[in-house]
Design a protein around this ligand. Sequence first.
Ligand code: F3S
Length: 60
Amino acid sequence: MKPTVDKETCIGCGVCASVCPDVFEIGSDGLAGVIGGSDCGGCGCCEEASENCPVGAIKL
Ligand code: F3S
């Protein structure tokens, strides 16, 4: 499963990068992105990031 971030929706709150730092990072544009086309590792943190994103920008 490959998570994606909708940059039109992301407000750069940073929750995803703090709960799932192996997959999400805040880029130089101040918005989240997926690190190097990462796959979800299966630990559940992508789901947690998606559920906790305040604007629902993360799709799994
Ligand atoms: Fe953006 Fe949501 Fe992450 S607002 S920084 S995708 S938690």
